[in-house]
Design a protein. Structure first.
Length: 293
C-alpha cells in the first residue's frame, strides 16, 4: 500500500479506514469490532478513531483479535474540545490509550480548533511526543489562522491536518497553505459523508454524474475515482464502509490512473458544500457533545 512520509520521517499509509459511527453513533460492541476486523483482513493497517467516536475499545479489540502485531498498524486518535488544556490533554490521552489497550499512538490530533486552549493542548501533546508516547502530532479542522497560531510557538511542527474534503468541498486555498507548510492533508468524509449526516445519497459526490462518467471510462466505482483523485494529489483518505464490498473496493486504487483533465474536471465540481460542521461555528455545539468514559 502507498505511504506518505510525514515531516518528521514517520510513514503513514495513504488509505486509512474511518471508524466514526460504525453501526450507529458511539456504538462500541462486537458489531463494530467485526467491521474493523473485516477491514483489517481486507488489508487496512491505518485506522482513524477519536475519543468522541466512543469506539476506541472496539478498535483495540479488533487489532488484538487480528493476531497482527501492533507495530504493523498506524493508529490515529483525536482529543475532543472539552478535553483540551494542559492536564486535561494528558488525562484524555491516557484514557484513549487505556481504551485502545495500547502503549503508544502513531498520530494524535486536536479534533477541532479551540484557539484559547491551543497552546496548552499542543504543548502537552509535545511533551507526550518527547516521551515517545506519540509518533506524530497533527490537527483536524484547523483553518489557516489556527495553523498560523500554532506555528508561532510549536517546537514540534504539525505534520497533518484532517479536513472535510470531497469533490463538493475542495478546500483549494487551505490545502495549498497546508502543503506550503509541509503539512499533509487528510480528507474526512471523502465520499461525502456517512448516514450520520442525514444527507440523501443522491446529493453526495459519490452519486455525481461527472464522477460516474469518469468511473465508466476506467471500469471502476465512483468511490474509487474520488479516492484516487485525492491519492494522486498526495492526500490521505479515510473512507468508512461497513459492507464487505465497499471495504475492499476502496482499497483497489492501483490499477488505473486519472488524467490531469479528469482531476481538473473533478476540481470543477466544487461548490463549497459542507456535509459536516464548520470550524467557524462548531465550538458551541461541540461543547455539548459528551466523550464516553
Ligand atoms: N475529523 C473530523 O472532524 C471528522 C468528521 C467526520 C468524519 N471523520 C472521519 O472520516 C471518516 C469517513 O467519513 P464518513 O464516514 O462521514 O464518510 P465517507 O467515508 O465519505 O462515507 C461513508 C459512506 O459511504 C459509503 N461507502 C463506502 N464505500 C463506498 C463505495 N465504495 N461505494 C459506495 N458507497 C460507499 C458507506 O457505506 P457502508 O458503510 O454502507 O458500506 C457510508 O455510507 C470517518 O469514519 C471518520 O474516521 C472525521
Amino acid at each position: 500500500m502507498n505511504e506518505i512520509t510525514l515531516n518528521n520521517g514517520v510513514k503513514i499509509p495513504q488509505v486509512g479506514f474511518g471508524t466514526a459511527a460504525i453501526g450507529s453513533w458511539q456504538q462500541d460492541d462486537d458489531y463494530v469490532k467485526n467491521v474493523i476486523l473485516n477491514a483489517i483482513r481486507a488489508g487496512y493497517r491505518h485506522l482513524d478513531t477519536a475519543s468522541l467516536y466512543g469506539n476506541e475499545r472496539s478498535v483495540g479489540h479488533a487489532i488484538k483479535e487480528s493476531g497482527i502485531a501492533r507495530k504493523e498498524f498506524f493508529i490515529t486518535s483525536k482529543i475532543w474540545d472539552s478535553e483540551q488544556g494542559t492536564e486535561a490533554t494528558i488525562a484524555a490521552f491516557e484514557n484513549t490509550l487505556n481504551r485502545l489497550a495500547m502503549d503508544y499512538l502513531d498520530l494524535y490530533l486536536i479534533h477541532w480548533p479551540v484557539p484559547a486552549k491551543t497552546q496548552e493542548t499542543w504543548q502537552a501533546m509535545e511533551s507526550l511526543y518527547e516521551q515517545n508516547r506519540i509518533r506524530s502530532l497533527g490537527l483536524s479542522n484547523f483553518r489557516q489562522t489556527d495553523i498560523e497560531q500554532i506555528l508561532g510557538f510549536a517546537k514540534v511542527k504539525p505534520a497533518y491536518n484532517q479536513l472535510e474534503l470531497h469533490p463538493y468541498m475542495v478546500q483549494k486555498e487551505l490545502t495549498e497553505y497546508c502543503e506550503s507548510q509541509g503539512i499533509v492533508v487528510a480528507c474526512w468524509s471523502p465520499l461525502g459523508s456517512g448516514t450520520w449526516s442525514g444527507i440523501p445519497v443522491d446529493e453526495k459526490p459519490v452519486s455525481d454524474q461527472t464522477i460516474s462518467d469518469i468511473a465508466s471510462k476506467y471500469n471502476v466505482s465512483n468511490a474509487q475515482v474520488i479516492l484516487k483523485w485525492n491519492v494522486q494529489q498526495n492526500r490521505i483518505v479515510i473512507p468508512k464502509a461497513e459492507s464487505l464490498n465497499n471495504i475492499s473496493n476502496n482499497l483497489l486504487l492501483d490499477d488505473f490512473e486519472l488524467t490531469a483533465q479528469d482531476i481538473a474536471q473533478i476540481n470543477g465540481l466544487n461548490r463549497n458544500r459542507r456535509f459536516g460542521a464548520d470550524p467557524d461555528t462548531a465550538y458551541a455545539a461541540n461543547m455539548q457533545m459528551i466523550v464516553p468514559a
